[in-house]
Design a binder for this molecule. Structure first.
Ligand code: Y12
Ligand code: CO
Length: 175
């Protein structure tokens, strides 16, 4: 299944994703295709809604110390719920659905997440650092929230102006 990454301001990115109840071949095919789309675009995180599927599924693939990504470090989360959160951190985030833009976003430093794997087994993970930030960013996608929704009014205004300009330039360069 070839998937295309949905880009802001596509309205689908505002949708709330639905709980997954069937851990079947269809789900496995979606997760495999999401992995392909994420790696092809140099991403480290991707939620199903970013490929147009409003299902509570996300992928995380944080690079190792040598900045390499592999299937061994891939985390698939189905129906994730943050059960504990503490501390504060700031990180310059980017998103495959908002290409070419990076903004400082405040997040919790430490989180505990309950989720299911692709076969429906219940899991718990304790995350800090980049993994914690990425999980929070991706769970926001499941609730229809983008990192740019967290910007102050003035930063958001600046972003909108700049984004429109870059989109226009991209369109012109394709003509
Ligand atoms: C920390 C903060 C946010 C996340 C969420 C996952 N974000 C990404 O995976 C972003 C990927 C990304 C990739 C880009 O493409 C290249 O680098 C070639 C990119 O650049 C352009 O769009 C031009 C922007 C974002 C995880 C952890
Ligand atoms: Co994103």
């Amino acid at each position: 299944m070839k998937l295309i990454i949905v880009e802001y301001p596509d309205k689908r990115l505002k949708e709330k994703s639905k709980l997954i109840e069937r851990f079947d071949k269809e789900l496995h095919e979606l997760l495999d295709s999401m992995y392909e789309a994420m790696i092809k675009s140099n991403g480290i995180g991707l939620a199903a809604i970013q490929v147009g599927h409003a299902k509570q599924a996300l992928l995380l693939n944080i690079p190792d110390e040598e900045d390499k990504q592999s299937m061994e470090t891939l985390i698939e989360m189905i129906n994730p719920v943050i059960t504990q959160k503490s501390g504060e951190t700031v990180y310059q985030e980017g998103c495959l659905s908002v290409p070419s833009f990076y903004e400082d976003i405040n997040r919790y430093e430490n989180i505990i997440v309950n989720y299911q794997d692709r076969d429906g087994n219940t899991k718990t993970i304790e995350a800090d650092g980049l993994l914690s930030i990425a999980v929070q960013h991706e769970i926001d996608h499941l609730n229809g929230i983008l990192f740019i929704d967290k910007l102050s009014y003035s930063r958001r205004k600046k972003f909108e102006k700049e984004y429109k300009r870059v989109q226009k330039e991209k369109k012109l360069s394709k003509e």
